[in-house]
Write a protein that binds this ligand. Structure first.
Ligand SMILES: [Fe+2]
Length: 319
């Protein structure tokens, strides 16, 4: 990676830009430059750098603001950012850390130190890129499974949208909402391990077939494995068929032992399954699906308050 890595240098002083750009170019890096914060953000979006060296004091957008914008965009949240600054005050460092900077370089900088930090941050970038790739493989797998079963066309997208609406309505934080969105796509990824004869069977499953089908939760959990980026999604994958009274699967968890995000996915999954055609049944009208969810809450399978919030969204024509 080091020879082709692209580094963006953002500084409003042309001499500083030239100094850094020359130093990095000699080492074989591709260098992109910007003369201010706003231009820097444009370059981040267009040139997709692997690392940003960012001046702090700039007239339009300062380095802290640029760094915050980079962190706020999911597409660039993991992009390494080094603040290059003449400021040595601890408060300024704390501001930089708060803004999401990965590292600092003090001006005037030592070129060996600069190159060592660049190398180490590019290693980190390559590592996070690999994680993203691994996650995108799992998401493609999930969509392949959906494609295998023409009856569930669009199920993942709808579930992601419903779950996000429900999470927002409940005031969950953005991390949880993001996990719900990914969970919508990934909840049934374990069905990759279920044979077509069972997955697509146009009638009720036998006892043994149902035992096999239940395994999709465990297989999916295992597929998400150690991916750090899926840490919050795994409980959704494993536990979305659990019921509060302990009659669900795969672990027979009860009550609060079932992770909240998995409970939410369970509710929207049932609703979508009922209102769309499946190999073994026709689609129900929304009103019938609403009754069914209320009945499941009354049976003690689902939290009535969560079902109530979801149904108020359904009334307002989700998502
Ligand atoms: Fe499932």
């Amino acid at each position: 990676m080091s020879a082709q890595a692209r580094i963006l240098v953002v500084d409003d002083t042309p001499a500083n830009v030239k100094l850094l750009a020359d130093l990095l170019a000699v080492k074989g890096y591709a260098v992109v430059t910007a003369g201010g914060g706003r231009e820097g953000l444009e370059r981040v979006a267009c040139d997709k750098p692997d690392l940003v060296l960012l001046d702090v004091m700039m007239p339009d957008l300062n380095g802290y603001e640029v760094c915050r914008s980079i962190r706020a965009d999911p597409a660039t949240a993991a992009l390494p950012v080094v603040l290059v600054t003449a400021l040595t005050d601890t408060d300024d460092r704390i501001r930089g850390i708060d803004a999401g900077a990965d590292d600092f370089l003090s001006k005037p900088f030592n070129r060996h130190e600069l190159l060592a930090r660049v190398r180490s941050l590019l290693r980190l970038k390559r590592y996070t890129d690999d994680l993203d790739t691994a996650e995108s493989v799992i998401v493609s797998l999930a969509l392949t499974i959906e494609a295998r079963d023409s009856n569930t066309d669009g199920h993942c997208q709808r579930l992601a949208a419903y779950a996000v609406s429900l999470g927002r309505a409940l005031g969950l934080d953005e991390d949880d909402v993001a996990a719900l969105e990914r969970g919508g796509y990934l909840h049934d990824v374990g069905k990759v391990g279920i044979p077509d004869a069972v997955l697509l069977k146009p009638g009720p499953l036998t006892h043994d077939e149902f035992l096999l089908m239940k395994q999709h939760t465990v297989i999916g959990d295992r597929l998400c494995g150690e991916l750090r980026s899926l840490r919050k999604v795994r409980p959704i994958v494993r536990c979305h068929h659990e019921r509060l009274d302990g009659t669900g699967y795969p672990d027979g968890l009860r009550g609060d032992a079932i992770p909240l995000l998995a409970q939410l996915m369970g509710i929207v999954d049932v609703f979508d399954a009922l209102t769309t055609v499946r190999p073994y049944k026709a689609a129900l009208p929304r009103a019938r699906a609403v009754e069914e969810l209320k009945a499941e809450a009354a049976l003690g399978w689902r939290r009535a308050d969560l079902v109530g919030t979801f149904l108020s969204l359904v009334e307002r024509d989700l998502p």
